[in-house]
Design a protein. Sequence first.
Length: 111
Amino acid sequence: MSEEIKLVVQQRTEFGKGAARRARRAGKIPAVLYGHGTEPKHLSLPAIEFARVIREHGRNAVLTLDIEGDKPQLALTKSIQVHPLKNYIEHVDLLLGQRGERVGGKGPGPF
């Protein structure tokens, strides 16, 4: 990992279609962080910052998530759902990672 990519995110307390639409109108992207046998965390990512990270570093960028009220955690983007007509990010699934961990595939490279 050549550059640390930090995102300040918030935990979501509201769920469902209406809450997701309100979050998107407020400039946030609904996201879920899961992995390593932990409970999934429902998050809100800043839409403009996340889109910039994807544009500049690609979909496989390793992110350091600064979750309010929790310690920073490493994450890798697992999937990004994009609106088919309007071309904006609707939802993101993030995979929790740990330093030194290999992530899928046969190629070299620790997480």
